[in-house]
Ligand binder design. Structure first.
Ligand code: ZN
Length: 437
């Protein structure tokens, strides 16, 4: 079962080079199990035990299962995570000419480990927005499947300091090379028209008479996820942070509806946000009003809402730093989670994580009930602590929250590593969580 879950999640990550693809694949999974699509701009008529989902601007998603009985406000069981990962995104100008080549003009998104983006087979995916002949806007989510670009390293002979303390300049040294400039290119084609023409040649379906005008397009690594290690129980892949949590949360919600087809006594909800890697403050981010607006439509009377929130729990699910044997001094060896040794509960008294005594105890109780091991994480007392969507969302919604995740090596590398066993255990404890009293 754990390997089956890990393989399923790895396949979904392979199919999801951008947040738009994460949302598409989650929506597809949910629709197959009877979840109905809602739109924020229309009225909702919700049934007891009904299954629903919506996306905001195609890069964030909320799915929920109504409780069986709608006559009294049910407590919320909210699992939150993020759809975005560190990457390189195309700037408005798309391309620039340099040294006889066309380079993709990119901005660094979030905090990738820069060196890991060199010498990889890269391609493009995301959303392109454009105008048709009548001035109507159309958006197209696309993925170019084959590798079309690379960021080559400079030969060691030309940079003798490369293995010492060389600092990469992302503006000058991380532009992926697309192709050589030709004489025809110099005949006055704009980068946008060149690029649109090329996209059409890649088999991307674009509306007739359509002209690309703006985009959220990112680079991704074409290498698929691999099962590695002596026992094949480690998963190496791009975007484990945090697509693992989005897809584990989605599969667990499907387990929940299979176990409680009539909806049970809770309002089970999955929320996957964009823009966590850049601070979450956006219309599709966790600091936006997406979940708050959905909740206010589900609990129509303020009194009902606040009574329900007081009985609600949230699990904020994001990857944790796995203990790295080559860097023993950089983690608190008393709170250093091992890969494949259990789901991680993250605590920080300075509120970088939302876990407190009550929610930590609640989560450990859930793990015991699920038969899942749990490991504590805390940062060294002389180091700054990372954060995630848990603290702002918990404060905004007024829901008691625990920050959890699975241990990961090389977080923000283009190729991260996590454990098969942990992925299965995360799904298991989340499926129990959605229906827990
Ligand atoms: Zn993350």
């Amino acid at each position: 079962m754990r390997m089956e879950t890990a393989k399923h999640i790895a396949r979904l990550i392979d199919l999801s080079p951008s947040p738009y693809h994460v949302v598409n694949h989650l929506a597809h999974l949910l629709a197959q199990q009877g979840f109905q699509r809602l739109t924020e701009g229309e009225g909702w008529s919700l049934q007891g035990g009904g299954r629903y989902y919506l996306s905001r601007q195609d890069s964030s998603l909320v799915a929920f299962v109504m409780p069986e009985n709608l006559t009294r406000p049910a407590p919320l069981r909210l699992c939150s995570s993020h759809t975005d990962s560190p990457t390189l995104k195309l700037k408005p100008s798309l391309l620039r000419k340099k040294g006889g080549y066309w380079l993709f003009d990119v901005a660094v998104y979030g905090s990738p480990i820069h060196s890991t983006w060199f010498d990889r087979d890269l391609s493009l995916a995301g959303l392109v927005s454009g105008l048709d002949g009548e001035g109507k806007v159309h958006q197209v989510v696309f993925q170019v499947e084959n590798s079309i670009t690379r960021i080559p390293n400079l030969a060691i002979h030309l940079n003798r300091g490369l293995n010492d303390s060389y600092k990469i300049n992302p503006h000058d040294e991380m532009s992926p090379i697309w192709r050589g400039v030709t004489k025809e290119d110099d005949a006055g084609f704009s980068p946008v028209s060149l690029f649109q023409h090329w996209l059409t040649g890649q088999g991307i379906q674009l509306p007739a008479g359509w002209t690309a005008s703006h985009w959220d397009v990112m680079l991704y690594d074409c290498q698929k996820a691999a099962f590695v290690g002596e026992a094949g129980d480690l998963v190496a892949s791009s975007r484990l942070d945090n697509q693992v949590s989005c897809f584990a949360g989605g599969l667990a919600l499907l387990d929940h509806v299979q176990g409680q087809p009539s909806g049970g006594n809770t309002l089970a909800m999955l929320a996957c946000f964009d823009h966590e890697e850049v601070g979450s403050l956006s219309v599709t981010g966790a600091e936006g009003n997406l979940v708050e607006s959905v909740i206010s439509r589900l609990y129509r009377q303020p009194e009902d809402r606040w009574r329900a929130m007081a009985q609600s729990w949230m699990l904020s699910v994001d990857n944790a730093h796995g203990c790295h044997p080559n860097y023993p001094g950089l983690q608190d060896d008393n709170h250093c989670p091992l890969i494949n040794q259990g789901v991680v509960l993250k605590s920080n008294p300075n509120q970088r994580y939302a876990t407190n005594a009550a929610t930590g105890g609640y989560f450990k109780g859930l793990c015991r009930q699920a038969g899942v091991a749990v490991q504590d994480f805390a940062v060294r007392s002389d180091m700054a602590c990372g954060s995630t969507v848990g603290p702002p969302l918990s404060a905004r919604l007024g829901i008691a929250t625990a920050d959890i995740g699975i241990p990961t090596w090389a977080m923000h590398s283009i190729r991260e590593v996590a454990g098969v066993r942990d992925m299965g255990d995360l799904r298991r404890v989340l499926s129990l969580f959605y229906g827990s009293s």
